[in-house]
Write a protein that binds this ligand. Structure first.
Ligand SMILES: C[S@@+](CC[C@H](N)C(=O)[O-])C[C@H]1O[C@@H](n2cnc3c(N)ncnc32)[C@H](O)[C@@H]1O
Length: 214
C-alpha cells in the first residue's frame, strides 16, 4: 500500500508471503548473497539495511559477521519487521529491526561502515529517494560503502526479454530505470566504485564516501 513514505509491503504482500513471492521471482538466498558480495563485518563494524523487508540482506550479512558486529534493518512495514525479528536470534551478532523510513534515519553522523539497500529505493516517491541518499551520505563513516541493489533497464538475455515490457511499463519514469542513482549519490559526495548486473534485471552499484578514517 502506497503511503507518503513509500510502498508499505503488508498483509498479502508482507512477511512470509513476501518471502515466498520474492523467492518465486528469483530473490532467494543466492540473490541476496550476490547483493552483499564479499562484505564481511569484523568486530565493532556496523551495517544498515534500508527497506529490509523480511531481512534477506541482513541475514546474509549476519552469516559471516563477527559476533561483535551489529546489523540494523529498517522498514516502514510492521508485517515485514515482525517476520524478520523471528529469525534474528539465530545469529551470533546483534541484529535489530526498527520501524523507520529511510529518509529519516535516527542515527548519528559517520556511524555505519556499510549501508545496503535491496529492491527498496524504487518503492519510494522521488523526494523520499533523494532525501534517503542525503541521509545515507550523512550516516556513513568516511570510506564507508553504500551498496545499492535495484531494478534497472533489463539487459538482454531470456529474462531480460521476458521482463522488458513489464518493467518498462512500471518503471519507465523511475530513477532506477534511467540509472539516475549515480548522479544523486555524486551530489552527496559518494563516489561510484563498482557497477554490474547481478541478473538480467538487477544492478548492484557500490559507492564510497571519501575521506580519511580517524
Ligand atoms: C521490494 S521490498 C524489498 C525488501 C528487501 N530489501 C528485499 O530485497 O527482499 C521493499 C521494502 O521497502 C519497504 N519500504 C518502502 N518504503 C520505505 C521507506 N520509505 N523506508 C523504509 N522502507 C520502505 C517496504 O515496506 C518493503 O518491505
Amino acid at each position: 500500500m502506497m503511503n507518503q513514505k513509500g510502498n508499505e509491503f503488508k498483509g498479502l504482500f508482507g512477511g512470509a508471503n513476501y518471502k515466498r513471492f520474492a523467492s518465486f521471482l528469483g530473490m532467494g538466498i543466492e540473490f541476496y548473497r550476490k547483493g552483499v558480495g564479499a562484505i564481511k563485518l569484523s568486530a565493532g563494524m556496523k551495517a544498515l539495511d534500508l527497506g529490509c523487508g523480511p531481512g534477506g540482506v541482513s541475514f546474509v550479512l549476519a552469516e559471516t559477521a563477527h559476533p561483535q558486529a551489529e546489523i540494523f534493518g529498517i522498514d516502514i512495514s510492521d508485517d515485514q519487521l515482525n517476520y524478520a525479528q523471528k529469525f534474528a536470534s539465530r545469529y551470533k551478532c546483534k541484529i535489530q529491526f526498527n520501524k523507520q523510513s529511510m529518509d529519516e534515519l535516527p542515527y548519528p553522523d559517520d556511524y555505519f561502515d556499510f549501508v545496503l539497500t535491496s529492491m527498496a529505493l524504487h518503492e519510494t516517491p522521488p523526494e523520499v529517494r533523494r532525501d534517503s541518499i542525503v541521509e545515507v551520505s550523512r550516516v556513513l563513516k568516511k570510506n564507508g560503502r553504500f551498496v545499492l541493489v535495484d531494478w534497472s533497464k533489463p539487459k538482454f538475455g531470456l529474462l531480460g526479454i521476458v521482463w522488458y515490457p513489464f518493467t518498462r511499463w512500471g518503471q519507465k519514469n523511475k530513477d532506477n530505470w534511467h540509472n539516475v542513482y549515480p548522479e544523486l549519490c555524486k551530489k552527496q559526495g559518494l563516489i561510484l566504485e563498482n557497477d554490474h548486473y547481478i541478473n538480467s534485471l538487477t544492478r548492484r552499484q557500490v559507492f564510497r564516501k571519501p575521506g580519511q578514517t580517524q
